[in-house]
Design a binder for this molecule. Structure first.
Ligand code: Z5A
Length: 204
């Protein structure tokens, strides 16, 4: 692959979307070809799956939930991420495999290792070379997100659920420090951006 793949991870309201917008602007100014995308979503099929996953009001089996996130990802890789990397672009992706490992593996209890193995199978070797994890107390993140919009199905989970997600991300950070970098998301947005750009310039 000629391009460079960066994923963004964190709990609700951590500031991923804000950071991706700023970073895309900056990298484009620097002359890079940039693709911004997100999961679930990024394709027509993925956006349908996103609506089902976030808005469905009946109980959803944890296995069904994982399968839908992975279906969205498989399509996303084939239609969008793979071709963009082949074309030499920098791909900025809001969530990827680590979200499945943290949300479905840890918080839903399907097992981090098992989910990670499924993710590897589905993503066919397409993995982020750099992941920026925005670390934040979930209470602060949920309060930020609540100011913006109505809670979706996953945001409406208990605080314990969101704490498990944070613990899982911290575990990934301890295990994969070369790829999975932690940024304090409690810092002001300009500082988060500065820290993130430092890391990107070290890698790209
Ligand atoms: N999910 C999953 O379970 N398994 C998977 O495999 C995948 C996903 C891929 C996607 O929803 C949901 O799917 C998500 C995980 C699950 N769980 N939920 N719910 P989403 O894409 O709609 O939600 P999100 O990814 O959590 O996005 P978000 O809530 O919009 O958060 P964000 O993008 O990280 O934050 P933001 O929009 O940039 O900022 C939120 C607010 O905070 C906004 O008003 C900003 O102006 C403000 N902000 C941003 N940065 C700062 C700083 N530094 N200080 C203060 N305020 C700030």
């Amino acid at each position: 692959m000629r391009g460079f793949f960066i994923s963004f991870e964190g709990g609700e309201g951590a500031g991923k979307t804000t950071l991706i917008e700023e970073m895309a602007r900056q990298l484009s100014k620097e002359g890079h070809h940039v693709l911004k995308t997100r999961e679930p979503g990024g394709t027509k099929l993925g956006e349908h799956i996103r609506a089902i996953l976030l808005q469905h009001t009946e109980p959803v089996s944890a296995y069904a939930e994982l399968s839908l996130f992975l279906a969205s990802r498989a399509q996303h890789i084939m239609e969008v991420i793979g071709p963009a990397l082949e074309a030499g672009k920098i791909v900025l992706c809001d969530r990827f495999n680590d979200s499945s490992v943290a949300y479905q593996g840890a918080a839903r209890g399907l097992g981090m290792e098992q989910v990670s193995a499924f993710c590897k199978f589905i993503s066919q070797g397409v993995e982020p070379q750099l992941t920026l994890y925005l670390d934040l107390d979930p209470r602060i993140g949920l309060a930020r997100a609540a100011k913006e919009r109505k809670q979706d199905r996953i945001e409406a989970e208990t605080i314990m659920f969101h704490e498990k997600i944070r613990e899982a991300y911290l575990e990934i950070h301890r295990a994969e420090r070369h790829r999975f970098h932690l940024i304090d998301a409690n810092l002001p947005p300009a500082k988060v951006f500065e820290e993130a750009m430092k890391l990107v310039h070290q890698h790209v």
